[in-house]
Design a protein around this ligand. Structure first.
Ligand SMILES: Nc1ncnc2c1ncn2[C@@H]1O[C@H](COP(=O)(O)OP(=O)(O)OP(=O)(O)O)[C@@H](O)[C@H]1O
Ligand SMILES: [Mg+2]
Length: 365
C-alpha cells in the first residue's frame, strides 16, 4: 500500500498544502527544524495511532491555533481511500472518503505503517511500557478487534486500581473486576504470545544477517501469567486471588498483562540489561523489519515504511544493510535526512526528492 497524497492544515510548522508522494522511494531533505519530521509524523498519524513523538494531540496544532487536520489518499489492493483526521481541543475525529467515522479507531488497519525514529532505540533498553506499546500497536494494526479487548482490560484495571486506593477494600469487592480482568487478560496474553512467536522468527533472520557475530535473537513474553503455565480464565482468577492480599496491602494491581514485558535476548543474554549501543541498534532494526515482514506475510500487502533521520543513528555498514533489506521488495519508503540520501538510497530508480524549507514542501530539482 502507499500514500499518494497528503494534505495538512494548521499542522505543526507546515504551511497549509498538498504534497504528492511517489509510491516507491521518497527522500525528504531540508535543514534542521524546517519540518521534515513533522511531515513524516502527519503521514503516520493517518494510521489512527498516536504520534511516534508525542502522546499529546494539543502539540499538533500550529502555534497560536487550536485545531489542525490531515488528510491522505491511501491506495491498497482493494482501492483508494481518503483518510482524514481533525484535531480539536480534547478530541480527535476521523473521516473516511469525506464522511465522519464514529470513532478514530475505525481508521486502524486502513493505512499500515512502520516508523523508525531515533527514539526507537529506547525500545530495547527503556521501560517495559514502551515494549508493550510496540507489541499492542502492531497487533492492533493486524487485528483491529484486539483493541476492544485491550480497552476492556484497561477500563477494568482502572476501576480496580481506584478501589485498591481506598482504605479497607476487601477481596469480595475486587472479585467482579478480577473476573473481567481474567477474561480479557487471558486473551491479551494469548494474542501477545502468538504475535511474538511469529515476530521472533522473522526478526531473528534479519538479525542473523545484520549482526551474525552477536548471537541469535530471541523474543519472548515475560509475563506473570505465562510463568504459571496457563492463560485460562480460571487459572488467572486463582492467580489474582492469591495476589489479592499483597495488592490490598500495596494498594496497587500487581498481576496481569499490564505488567508484561517483551524479553529480548541475543546469544542467550538479556538485551534489556546487557546489550551494547551497537547491539541495541541491530536488535531494534531487526524487530522493526520483522514487523514489516510479518504484516506482509499476514496481509499480503507491504506497509508504508517511514524512516526518520536514521542515518544520524546508524553507521554506514548498518545503514547500507538496512536499505538493502528494505529495498529488496517493492514498498513505499519515506525517509528524512539533512544530508543527501545515502549512496544506496540515491541509486533507487525513480527516487522522489522533496525539500522542506520553513514548512513549505517542494519537489527538489
Ligand atoms: N505545533 C507547532 N506549531 C508550529 N511549529 C511547530 C509546532 N511543533 C513543532 N514546531 C516547529 O517545527 C520545527 C521542527 O520541525 P521538525 O521536527 O519537523 O524539523 P526537522 O526538519 O525534522 O529537523 P531535524 O533535521 O532537526 O530533525 C521546530 O522549529 C518546531 O519549533
Ligand atoms: Mg527531524
Amino acid at each position: 500500500m502507499f500514500v499518494s497524497r497528503v494534505k495538512v492544515y494548521k499542522f505543526r510548522n507546515l504551511a497549509d498544502q498538498q504534497v504528492e508522494l511517489s509510491p516507491g522511494a521518497v527522500f525528504i531533505t531540508g535543514l534542521n527544524g524546517n519540518g521534515k519530521t513533522n511531515l513524516l509524523e502527519g503521514i503516520y498519524l493517518l494510521t489512527g495511532s498516536r504520534s511516534f513523538r508525542t502522546n499529546s494531540s494539543a502539540e499538533l496544532a500550529r502555534f497560536g491555533d487550536r485545531e489542525c487536520s490531515i488528510f491522505g489518499s491511501v491506495t491498497h489492493k482493494s482501492g483508494t481511500e481518503e483518510l482524514g483526521l481533525i484535531f480539536t481541543p480534547g478530541e480527535r475525529a476521523a473521516q473516511l472518503n469525506g464522511n465522519p467515522l464514529p470513532s478514530i479507531t475505525e481508521l486502524l488497519g486502513r493505512l499500515r505503517a512502520v516508523a523508525f525514529s531515533p527514539a526507537d532505540l529506547q525500545l530495547a533498553k527503556g521501560a517495559p511500557a514502551g515494549r508493550r506499546k510496540f507489541l499492542d500497536r502492531h497487533m492492533v494494526d493486524l487485528q483491529p478487534g484486539y483493541l476492544s479487548t485491550l480497552m476492556a482490560y484497561q477500563r477494568a484495571l482502572a476501576s480496580k486500581s481506584a478501589l485498591l486506593k481506598q482504605q479497607g477494600t476487601s477481596y469480595q469487592q475486587l472479585l467482579p473486576w478480577n473476573e473481567v480482568l481474567a477474561e480479557h487478560g487471558g486473551k491479551i496474553v494469548d494474542n501477545r504470545l502468538n504475535f511474538i512467536r511469529s515476530l521472533s522468527d522473522k526478526a531473528a533472520s534479519f538479525h542473523h544477517e545484520y549482526a551474525p557475530t552477536d548471537g541469535d535473537l530471541v523474543l519472548s513474553l515475560d509475563s506473570d501469567l505465562v510463568r504459571e503455565g496457563s492463560s485460562s480464565t480460571e487459572v488467572i482468577l486463582e492467580q489474582l486471588e492469591r495476589a489479592s492480599q499483597r495488592e490490598i496491602a500495596l494498594r496497587s494491581p500487581l498481576v496481569g498483562p499490564h505488567r508484561d514485558d517483551l524479553k529480548i535476548s541475543i546469544g542467550g543474554v538479556d538485551c534489556r540489561a546487557y546489550a551494547s549501543q551497537g547491539q541495541t541498534r541491530s536488535v531494534v532494526l531487526s524487530m522493526k523489519l520483522g514487523v514489516i515482514e510479518l504484516i506482509e506475510s499476514l496481509t499480503g500487502e507491504a506497509p508504508v515504511v517511514l524512516l526518520d533521520d536514521v542515518d544520524s543513528e546508524l553507521d554506514a555498514g548498518r545503514s547500507e544493510r538496512l536499505f538493502t533489506a528494505l529495498l529488496s521488495k517493492p514498498r513505499q519508503i519515506i525517509v528524512t535526512g539533512t544530508a543527501a540520501p545515502s549512496e544506496k538510497f540515491a541509486q533507487v530508480p525513480n527516487l522522489q526528492v522533496l525539500r522542506v524549507e520553513r514548512g513549505v514542501v517542494a519537489v527538489s530539482q
